[in-house]
Design a protein around this ligand. Structure first.
Ligand code: SAH
Ligand code: SF4
Length: 365
């Protein structure tokens, strides 16, 4: 969405900004100057860009919007997972979660700060276990609104983020163009400057877009939300499986790995009495084995209003043992945000219900 017809300056690449400056009959080096203010100095307004001529600053103000996100709530849990609820200029709410990663988290190697960001307001994919999909989909985020989550959280935390995972609200591959633009801005040396291998995109399994992503030059990582190892079980909880069944999805994964020469990972939520049995573990081991993919098991995070629960610790461990015995690289992610409803979409729903927050609009349409 272009606010009042104006794009956010944080949605633009270096090339696009240079084109804009050419149209404004300004020298090209001004584009880099503006980007330096945005991503190095983290200027909060055009007015703060003090080495630009005042007339140019006024012109920029006229052509572009600047800030998108306003922090509505910031919650920290006991173990320092922090959750940020942002309001967009049209009143919509999105969330980002900052996680001090344990070594096993997301399969990363060391203790690092990981930020989980959103790509859409709500989600159209309606997975039966997920809070983000409960109210449906409202709109895609603009690239600048995706990038601004990173800037806002770094500003609030006073630290640089080491890893970004697109595991917040929404289906990233259903907002493909904005996702790629945002990743370009986050990755580029003239932008946030975060290495592509530190960026992970998670998808519920949009096979054609996985293939498109495979053809992009960036070495970003890919995580697949599998959650079921047969069409029967996966189809029960993920409607997307009817469109792209397991075989189609696994073929797209193989293509991604072949093009990128890198291993993908499977996310697998353990839900009691649904997908947590030895038979599913066996099928999962076969799929992961043939792709040499890593598996992250995630004990289900309860969502108010949904019937699902996580299995017992022993059952989780038994599932893990079956994978390991088959030679699969697998871990159980003991998430840190349970106490602040860290699973995607949960804080937003809670805030929308919370009548004490007078300034928070309840409509996101
Ligand atoms: N739409 C994308 C990315 C956002 S969801 C996708 O589905 O991959 C990010 C991850 O959180 C997914 O693996 C999703 O299945 C998982 N998730 C959603 N609800 C959850 C819950 N209640 N408990 C644990 N994980 C959950
Ligand atoms: Fe959407 Fe992902 Fe939630 Fe499914 S799990 S409803 S695709 S956000």
């Amino acid at each position: 969405m272009k606010l009042a017809g104006k794009p956010s300056v944080k949605s633009l690449s270096l090339g696009e900004l240079e084109t804009a400056f050419t149209a404004m009959e300004q020298p090209l080096y001004r584009a880099r100057q503006v980007l330096h203010w945005l991503y190095e100095k983290r200027a909060a307004s055009f007015a703060a860009m003090t080495d630009l001529p005042a007339a140019l600053r006024a012109q920029l103000e006229e052509r572009f919007t600047f800030a998108g996100l306003e922090t509505v709530r910031a919650l920290g849990s006991a173990d320092t997972t922090r959750k940020y609820l942002f309001q967009l200029p049209d009143g919509a709410l999105i969330e980002s979660v900052l996680i001090p990663a344990s070594p096993a988290l997301y399969g990363l190697e060391s203790e690092r700060l990981t930020l989980c960001i959103s790509t859409q307001v709500g989600c159209a994919y309606g997975c039966k276990f997920c809070a983000s999909g409960l109210d449906g989909w409202s709109r895609n985020l603009e690239p600048g609104e995706i990038v601004d989550q990173v800037l806002r959280v770094e500003e609030a935390a006073g630290e640089r983020i080491d890893n970004i995972v697109f595991m917040g609200m929404g289906e990233p591959l259903a907002n493909f163009d904005s996702l790629l633009r945002a990743i370009t801005i986050i990755n580029s040396p003239w932008g946030v400057g975060l290495g592509a291998r530190r960026i992970t995109v998670s998808t519920s399994g949009l096979a054609p877009q996985i293939c498109l992503l495979a053809e992009q030059p960036l070495q970003i990582r890919l995580a697949i939300s599998l959650h079921g190892a047969t069409d029967e079980i996966r189809g029960k909880i993920m409607p997307v499986n009817k469109k792209y069944n397991l075989q189609t999805l696994l073929e797209a994964c193989a293509y991604y790995q072949e093009r990128k020469k890198q291993r993908i990972s499977f996310e697998y939520i353990l839900i009691r009495d649904l997908n947590d049995g030895p038979e599913q573990a066996g099928h999962l081991a076969r799929h992961a084995g043939s792709l040499r993919a890593k598996v992250n098991l995630i004990p289900y995070n309860t969502v108010e209003g949904l019937p699902w629960e996580r299995p017992s610790r022993e059952r989780q461990e038994e599932f893990l043992r079956i994978l390991k015995r088959a030679g699969v690289a697998a871990t159980i992610r003991r998430e840190k945000g349970h106490d602040i409803d860290a699973a995607c979409g949960q804080l937003r729903r809670q805030t929308q219900r919370d009548k004490s927050l007078q300034n928070v609009p309840t409509s996101v349409n």
